[in-house]
Ligand binder design. Sequence first.
Ligand SMILES: [Zn+2]
Ligand SMILES: [Zn+2]
Length: 500
Amino acid sequence: MPGRLIASTPLSPSSLTVRPLDGAGPPIRIFFFGGARAVTGSMHVLEVAGKRILLECGLFQGRRREAEERNRYFPFDPRGIDAMILSHAHIDHSGNIPSLVAQGFQGPIFATHATRDLCAIMLRDSGRIHERDAEWYNRKVRRRGEPELQPLYTEAEAIDSLHHFVGIDYGAPLSLGPSLRLELRDAGHVLGSAIVVLDCDTGRRTRLCFTGDLGRRSMPLLRDPSPVEDVNILIMESTYGDREHPAVSSMRTSLADVVNRTVARGGKILIPAFALERAQTVVYLLHRLLEGGAIPPIPIYVDSPMTADITAVFKLHPEHFDAEARAFWESSDPFGFRTLRYVADVEESKALNYLEGPAIIISASGMCEAGRIVHHLRNNIEDERNTVLIVGFQARNTLGRQLVEHRPEVRIFGIDVPVEAEVVDVGAFSSHADAVELVDFAKSCRRTVEHVFLVHGEEPQAQSLAAKLRSAGIEPVTVPQAGAFHDFQPGDVADRRASA
Ligand SMILES: [Zn+2]
Ligand SMILES: [Zn+2]
């Protein structure tokens, strides 16, 4: 068996390993290593106040060879990172933490308590997936006599990495050193998601704000994103930088319409949903619709063991719910009711193939790339009575994206299948702010903002948002390339607060 690969190959000559942190050089340097002109693999490094801080350690998801390369080799030495800050539990932000720890990172990982609890489930699951993946790959290469691969990380390594998590509360400032202070604020994106606020005293007070993934206002379950004032350096996501979502208020009616229309045809509704947040939002809304008599009491199945596990974490953190959900929680379980069933074992999942009459099946994965939803699509997509309800972001080259694009035929398990079912894409369910909401967020910190960096967006979306920010008078805006860094010299960040 080959050994684990632990060598680091620098992405660029500007690799962190070449710069001593001895006070020489610019007081603030930010590297954009991942999630730059892309949505997955978020990873930025901040050098400030004698510390090297990693913001996110996301899994890069894409074509196998590139993903292998990017996920196995960090563009810096993990042993040289003092601390990590994690905005939320999604795998594109947290999914490479076990590799970071396995390759020598020894510091704390700061995140909210809910994020830590969610990572305990999601990183373990990710470890199991990497083990299965490597097994599948090795079976293939063994026959050809080619070298085998170790999993990117194992379930055991994922569990080990949990030791590094330090849970902190929203709005409770934490000192990371004599001139560096961290605070997490509500991001309104998923349970436990945070906006990262770093106050650095490098001769002049500089406030850096990293939005992580920013949610929408008035979303069910979650509180709204918190405003952040007096920001000097803003690193903002741009997933939907070119788009305006339908109003959040249209969510309930869209969902009720789809359910009623499909039930009238005698069909089933398949909802591919991310196990974190989207599935709980859909279940909660269905509960509210049912209770209000807006939809009939048809059977609802949540066919994803991981969704069931994550739902249990939601029940542990009602303190993060918005006022409406909290009031509802006091009288009933938002995620459990008579017609709802969480499907655990595979046999029961297979039995859903033989269901007669209308039903709702909520299953993962959210982009239809793997998991039980693929089987349900295979079984139901050729029936024109059925509906596939898309409630989340669908990346390029995924089955979900092909459905959203209304392709007449899609390939499932190697077979071309005609799409006869209705496909409905309900944009209102997005857990990411749209262009208007992103510009509003930047405006709310405008008077002091000296530089905006747009990350976590494909290039057209990021550039489109950059143009919108500039026309709103917010400049300069940079859409950094992966591997780029930016220095802030003393005096770059003017203290305009006095005049503001
Ligand atoms: Zn996210
Ligand atoms: Zn993300």
